[in-house]
Design a protein around this ligand. Structure first.
Ligand code: A2P
Length: 269
């Protein structure tokens, strides 16, 4: 009898990814989709964190860092992904269907979390493209509305159709029995489009500079005493937005040293 050896052979490596089941998939455009998977018992994360996620490809795990778009109270995990036609992972991941298996890392991490910000009054969540994903988590977390009086989520995309996911998530917060009450009068959605006609055209950096963002809120501009921010987008979007926040006197924080704003690159691949 060799029970011990048999049991050991069936156990996944204790730090390796777990195998999870796809529950639902929604396609928004030829380049964007979201999906929900099972959440293993004991999988803890802070809203806004990312985790390694992927597929078994040719017998090997192929994983990328993905922001978790669902809030930490959700029984399932949600992700919002780009589809890159020749991307090693997303060319395959875009074909998943309910019932399929995906791989999930065990250790969520990240800086787009409440812990990395000092207490404040207004929370700005600046995103472009799939950079909205961590904020889909943050705006569905009750703690966000307990900590801030105004929560302003901005999403800028090239085309209007790319805003469908963020519109749907914001709508679901407003309509949610419990979250809707908390977010009522606190949650603001500032959407804009840069490469086709829309009711609001332009980059978020332009709306910070020309003050249009603050007019909507009845505020005068950024204030390091009251304002906190999270930024998620491309490297250049992050750099330009950081420059504007720094000019207003806000400093960058981290889990180890909370301050007025935090940044993370939106993941692609
Ligand atoms: P634009 O169309 O003017 O480049 P991308 O797909 O390149 O990551 O861009 C996503 C969105 O982010 C687009 O609307 C794009 O506007 C905008 N964007 C790109 N670079 C910046 C930047 N440096 N600052 C602010 N917004 C940016």
């Amino acid at each position: 009898m060799n029970i011990n050896v048999d049991l050991k052979a069936k156990q996944p490596a204790s730090n390796g990814p777990t195998e999870e089941t796809v529950i639902a998939v929604t396609h928004y455009t030829d380049f964007l989709f979201s999906f929900r998977i099972t959440r293993p018992s004991g999988f803890k994360f802070r809203s806004g964190e990312f985790v390694m996620m992927g597929l078994q490809v040719n017998g090997k795990p192929l994983l990328r860092a993905y922001s978790i778009a669902s809030p930490n109270w959700d029984d399932e995990l949600e992700f919002f992904s780009i589809k890159v036609p020749d991307g090693p992972l997303t060319s395959r991941l875009q074909k998943i269907n309910p019932g399929d298996k995906v791989l999930l890392g065990r250790k969520p991490v990240g800086t787009l979390v409440h812990d990395a910000l000092k207490p404040g009054e207004n929370l700005y969540l600046f995103s472009t493209g799939t950079g909205f994903a961590p904020f889909a988590s943050i705006i569905r977390d009750p703690e966000t509305y307990e900590k801030f009086n105004k929560v302003i989520v901005t999403h800028t995309c090239r085309e209007a159709i790319e805003l469908d996911y963020s519109k749907q998530v914001v709508g679901s917060v407003i309509e949610h029995e419990y979250l809707g009450e908390l977010a009522n009068g606190k949650l603001y959605y500032f959407d804009s489009v840069t490469r086709e006609q829309y009711f609001r055209n332009g980059r978020i950096t332009s709306f910070i500079e020309n003050g249009e963002l603050f007019q909507m809120l009845g505020l005068n501009g950024l204030n390091p005493q009251t304002d906190r921010a999270m930024i998620c987008g491309s490297n250049q979007m992050i750099a330009d937005t950081k420059t504007l926040l720094a000019a207003a006197g806000l400093t960058e924080g981290s889990n180890a040293a909370p301050a007025e704003f935090v940044v993370e690159k939106a993941f692609v691949g």
